[in-house]
Structures are given as C-alpha cells and as structure tokens.
Design a protein around this ligand. Structure first.
Ligand code: SF4
Ligand code: F3S
Length: 112
C-alpha cells in the first residue's frame, strides 16, 4: 500500500505534510502535491497533518484513480521537503467540490 494525495489538496497546497515525511517522497505540482508510491514507506504520519484531509491510505475504496495520478505525476515533478506558504486563495477553495477539473499537470517549483 501507499498513501496518496487526493482532490482536497488542489488549489490549497498547505504543505504541512512535507515536513513530517521521513523519506521526502512528496513532489510538487503547480496546484497540488503528490506522493511517490514506490518511495512512501506507509508510516502514516503525514495523514493527520493535512488541514483539509487530503491524504488517504490507498486501501480506502475508490482511490484507484488517485493512485494513478500520484504515481504518474511524481515521476517528473520536483521534490518538496520544506513547508512553504499555502496558495493565496486556499481558504476559498477549501470545500469546493469536483476540484479535479482544476488539477494542473504542470510542475511546481519544489524546494528552492
Ligand atoms: Fe511520507 Fe509516511 Fe506520508 Fe508516506 S505515509 S508520504 S512515507 S509521511
Ligand atoms: Fe496538500 Fe494537505 Fe499537504 S493540502 S500540500 S496534502 S498538507
């Protein structure tokens, strides 16, 4: 198994999750982070850190699509291991539904 970042992260990117990961397996896109499933050691410490509950164990039902998205995008995006400010309008996007239509596949800046 692995943990995956899901829809609630889109357009928020609080980045509290990256600080606790012992293996630095978060990768940054323009408006979401993803977890590299082959690097995640399933420790689970990131899950409660996300203020919008975006991180899930992939054993939860219905997350196959998100596992694919995390696996695909983690291959080319830069690693992020240090917390940074959330996206400016994160609060406005907190409870928006069907955010997947806004998922950007562009890489983010990563650790700078
Ligand atoms: Fe990192 Fe552990 Fe979260 Fe996997 S479960 S992404 S290893 S903190
Ligand atoms: Fe995203 Fe939550 Fe981390 S919003 S960046 S998964 S703390």
């Amino acid at each position: 198994m692995t943990y995956v970042v899901t829809e609630n992260c889109i357009k928020c990117k609080h980045t509290d999750c990256v600080e606790v990961c012992p293996v630095d397996c978060f990768y940054e896109g323009e408006n979401i982070l993803v977890i590299h499933p082959d690097e995640c050691i399933d420790c689970g410490v990131c899950e409660p850190e996300c203020p919008v509950d975006a991180i899930k164990a992939d054993t939860e039902p219905g997350l196959e699509k998100w596992l694919e998205i995390n696996a695909e995008l983690a291959k080319t995006w830069p690693v992020i291991s240090r917390k940074k400010d959330a996206l400016e309008d994160a609060a406005e996007w907190k409870d928006v539904e069907n955010k997947i239509q806004h998922l950007s596949k562009n890489p983010g800046p990563g650790d700078e």
